[in-house]
Write a protein that binds this ligand. Sequence first.
Ligand code: PGA
Length: 250
Amino acid sequence: MRRPMVAGNWKMHGTRASVAELINGLSHLALPSGVDVAVFPPFLHINQVIDGLKGKSISVGAQNSAVESMQGALTGEVAPSQLVDAGCTFVLVGHSERRQMGEQDGMLIRKFAAAQACGLIPVLCIGETLEQREAGKTLEVVGRQLGSIIEELGVGAFANAVIAYEPVWAIGTGLTASPQQAQDVHAAIRAQLAAENSEVAQGVRLLYGGSVKAANAVELFGMPDIDGGLIGGASLNADEFGAICRAAGN
Ligand code: PGA
């Protein structure tokens, strides 16, 4: 049985004051014990969040990390080893908002490997644009994004990673993939992994992301290959986020 996971991607939101408020809200949530819960604040607020959530069963991750594991001369970047030192567990790799800024598969392979090399768990984000979906290319695009990592690092890399399927057209738009649309892609992702190694395929958690809210989470998380969610906008409201976490525990 895969343990469900709900991850909150705060993106480029927050001030010291609003983050303190959010930490306070998260601290008071009644979270289901069977669900892994994580939040991904901006780099600037990671220390504040880790200190503020000490003793709570919420892990912390970063939204990005450098292509090199160890600290060094790379202006403006943050090394995975520095994130581990700060107390992070996870890191997003290849969020579509970063792919749109030019991050490509070659760089993402390096980021994924560098993160794993120092014990961070990568959350690989994959997904198609509206244009690609309408052209019937969803599985081809997602398959290529996943396949580039499998080819370079081997399917075993997913024994200790998470995958988030996030259709670009559903992110921040209020449009959600229907549970069946999401399930179809999740099943294809799992099948692609299973073609290489069925144990890895059965064990890896596949999160859905794209306008998940408390109101649609139960239905989405009820699908057999959806193991939780990567939540953007709705994760900035502690009560809403808590309700989504509970939906994953059903
Ligand atoms: P959203 O973002 O929930 O605001 O659509 C999801 C994400 O980008 O991870």
